[in-house]
Unconditional design. Structure first.
Length: 94
């Protein structure tokens, strides 16, 4: 199954994100073997407002556990973290 993970950042956390960038990349990279795609969400001005990932796993609990291991989540920099089961209706992930 696939799950959409939308993590919306708290305003004004850019400097804290920079400090966690290596840890976050490690989380998304090697530990992110279940990640099909991931990327930055930006506002109209191009500012970073969050992240979106498509996670492949057996349960929503598995997706929640992975998201909870994020250094950004653990540093309490997310304003919101939403996880939904995701079913492709148009297009495909290769």
């Amino acid at each position: 199954m696939q799950f959409a993970i939308a993590a919306i950042l708290k305003p004004g956390v850019e400097s804290e994100l920079f400090k966690l960038s290596d840890q976050f990349n490690e989380h998304i990279g090697p530990s992110g073997t279940n990640i099909r795609i991931a990327g930055v969400l930006r506002d109209e001005a191009g500012g970073r407002v969050g992240y979106l990932a498509i996670f492949e796993g057996d349960s929503i609990g598995e997706a929640q556990e992975w998201a909870g291991e994020s250094p950004i989540f653990q540093a309490h920099l997310y304003d919101r973290l939403d996880i939904f089961e995701y079913e492709i209706e148009v297009g495909r992930l290769i």
